[in-house]
Design a protein around this ligand. Sequence first.
Ligand code: SAH
Ligand code: SF4
Ligand code: F3S
Length: 525
Amino acid sequence: MNEKQRKEMTQQIREGNPADVKSDQDNLNRLKEKTSDDFVKYFQTTYQPPDIKKARKRGKEEVKYHQDFSVSDDLVGIGKGKKFLIRTYGCQMNEHDTEVMSGILTELGYEATTDTHEADIILLNTCAIRENAENKVFGELGHLKPLKREKPELILGVCGCMSQEESVVNKILEKHHHVDLIFGTHNIHRLPQLVKEAMFGKEMVLEVWSKEGDIIENLPKARRGKTKAWVNIMYGCDKFCTYCIVPMTRGKERSRRPEDIIQEVRHLAAQGYKEVTLLGQNVNAYGKDLADIEFGLGDLMDEIRKIDIPRVRFTTSHPRDFDDRLIEVLAKGGNLMPYIHLPVQSGSSEVLKQMNRKYTREDYLELVGKIKNAIPHAAFTTDIIVGFPNETDEQFEETMTLYEEVGFESAYTFIYSPREGTPAAKKKDDVPMEVKKARLQRLNALVNDYSNKALQKYEGQVVDVLVEGESKNNPNVLAGYTPEQKLVNFEGPKSAIGQIVKVRVTNTKTWTLDGEMIEEAAEVK
Ligand code: SAH
Ligand code: SF4
Ligand code: F3S
């Protein structure tokens, strides 16, 4: 470690959510006297990384709800005349966290920019789900190095799921000294103080709480777009699928109170939003941790259904908690969209067992059958992992046949990626990478084929499209989604943006539909 090149580092590493900032500060002051190597040692001995054994035993202690987020007087306006840029690498929850961080930075006086050269603060909101997600972030850190050299006052921060991993933080400490700020998924509400420390101190600021905190209800949000909005209904995941890092990076399952969610959706409806997507890593577990009420996702959807907003979606579903009450409510239709994303991961009961998914192939098929019975026009999509350690050819074939049996309309497919700290990563794996790649290719060919077929059904039909904006490739073409989440491109007036309009499908492709607008709907419900 090169002492000269290295900045001093301030490390605020706390187990849990303690309020004793002062004793931390004393520690830090003492540490400032020491060398960088001492910092790393301190980090390695004091920092308690999220640990699966501990996580599995984590308690069901009550979650506290707060309404007390505020920007203190000394921080108001510290971003005035300055610009921020946040790059997002992860899932919808990650994207929504970006909206919250944008909201907080806006309250500090910052303005958004998309130009790295204009930015005074750049945050990388990272994802740890697969190795390639992490590689992208390290690549970007490399790209940003010259910029930071040119503009030393730029604050470069790393947040999101990767910051919750000890190995990642160590790598940044050792190799990416141009990073000014690292903070975890449970520290977002601390952004004002962290920015101030990064701005006025010379040291690297590091704050990663390993344990999740309470729920803070009044965080500001700068939402992207005025048509569709994300609404968190719960945080964290307690499913512990053996391949997955999320229960460690996002903490235990914590549900928001129904009244807070309903109020947020009502507010969005009043602001003119046309669609909300209820978010959680496993939304079907919603409410299980609410000690004082029996209130699950079905009950929540039954309430939200009555709100005057044209479209309601939810993601992601885990098959295990998809109960009859939810099916019964979804079958009521109305603003509840007939689109079910139901990750299956594998078609082999043995592999599912090793993944700790807690359902079999048969259970999954039975559930799909039940949903199809209740909502015959529902479109199903899924997530699939190929090449789980020691997956046999036969087991992979079971995934292929399951795909056909369900008739999925689309899927996100992945090659298994070992994640440090997860049980599956410790397994010996006898499947060569070429075999995994060949399996993925075969699966993807099937996915394309089924997507194509599913879209052909729409030929000549008239569909309702919520228009999001101009198509990426051609500004004369508008693009939007059907209730079943099919992307439609069509020519139409700009005034249709943000509205639900009727479009006749004139051509079908593998992934998208082409059409012509037949009427600009007067407020479709
Ligand atoms: N909570 C959601 C999924 C979150 S992650 C659920 O359980 O359905 C999104 C998808 O990434 C997962 O469904 C899975 O297919 C994939 N995934 C997760 N961990 C992975 C890993 N280690 N390697 C490859 N794919 C993975
Ligand atoms: Fe990961 Fe499984 Fe939780 Fe989904 S349900 S986030 S795959 S542990
Ligand atoms: Fe990635 Fe974290 Fe989401 S690991 S998928 S950003 S919860």
